[in-house]
Write a protein that binds this ligand. Structure first.
Ligand code: HH2
Length: 291
């Protein structure tokens, strides 16, 4: 959702959201049997398309489609299997009034999605899984999300350690931006993400949500994906991911206050309302200051 609520954000709005107070909502659509909160729910194409439509009507600017779970301990899914899962829905969801991003670390999967009308690549490996990913983003001029992850999904939660998690994540993202730019990706097409829950303990997630202002030094929009994640359950005592909506809202608002502008969430309507109220209060405050 843009602050101008009547229409969805253009790609340029999304890429220039940093510092404008504009918020962008990315709705999660997992075509997987094993995702941690909605695994199996949207494997049926009709159910997936209905969910995408519902998220767009709730205010999603982007639908982030993935066909491989990245939850801790999850197994890899071949590119062909991912393409098989995506094939039936991409054509329908790319017709909706929202951008489609492809949540994939394989350039083959990403290219398939781009050919079907997706317009953003969300690579949680930040180009480390598949060296072709940067070349693809460069060739197609596609906006690219670079996310921090310590290790890989299979083992990332075993014993993540940092001395200064915010500084280390920031340094990692700076290096990945440089690598992408070296490979021909335009810097102004890059979005950064500290990777909430990807090789992080509770204290690391909290430090990163509070540390968004430092990530803004990278001069790129910051995307945050805390939705329904385990750290919220740890704090609020909620073992069911679907019971973590209120905690998700709190995490998004905290990151928004720090300057994050893109929010990857399952519960688009709830987060949209919360951000709209927070933005309205901030805007009203600005009017008072300037009066
Ligand atoms: N989190 C997940 C997947 N993709 N992409 C970005 N950029 N940032 C995130 O925080 C992020 C992401 C994990 O959440 P989900 O898709 O709900 O679960 P699963 O990986 O089990 O499918």
């Amino acid at each position: 959702m843009c602050y101008e609520r009547a229409m969805s954000c253009s790609i340029d709005d999304i890429l220039n959201s940093r510092g404008t107070g504009r918020t962008v909502l990315m709705g999660v659509l997992n075509m997987t049997p094993d995702s941690f909160s909605d695994g199996g729910k949207f494997l049926d194409p009709a159910a997936a398309i209905a969910q995408a439509e519902a998220m767009v009507s709730d205010g999603a600017d982007i639908i982030d489609v993935g066909a491989e779970s990245t939850q801790p301990g999850s197994d890899r899914v071949s590119a062909d299997e991912q393409i098989q899962r995506l094939r039936e829905i991409l054509q329908a969801i790319t017709q909706l009034d929202a951008h489609v991003s492809i949540d994939a670390t394989s350039a083959k999967v990403a290219e398939f999605a781009l050919d079907a009308g997706a317009s953003i690549i969300n690579d949680i490996s930040a180009g480390r899984d598949d060296p072709e990913m940067f070349a693809l983003a460069a060739r197609r001029g596609t906006p690219l999300v670079l996310m921090h992850m310590l290790g890989e999904p299979k083992t990332m939660q075993e014993s993540p350690e940092y001395e200064d998690v915010v500084a280390e994540v920031k340094a990692f993202l700076a290096k990945r931006i440089a690598a992408a730019v070296d490979a021909g990706v335009s810097r102004d097409r890059i979005i950064v993400d500290p990777g909430i829950g990807f090789g992080k303990l509770l204290e690391h997630n909290l430090a990163l949500l509070g540390g968004v202002p430092e990530l803004l030094d990278l001069s790129r929009p910051v995307l945050i994906g805390p939705s329904r994640k385990r750290f919220i359950g740890e704090i609020a005592g909620r073992s069911e991911p679907t019971d973590r909506i209120f905690g998700t809202i709190a995490a998004c608002l905290a990151a928004w206050r720090g300057g994050a502008t893109i929010f990857r969430v399952h519960d688009v309507g709830a987060v949209s309302d919360a951000l709209a109220v927070a933005e309205a209060i901030a805007q009203a405050g600005k009017h008072v200051e300037t009066a």
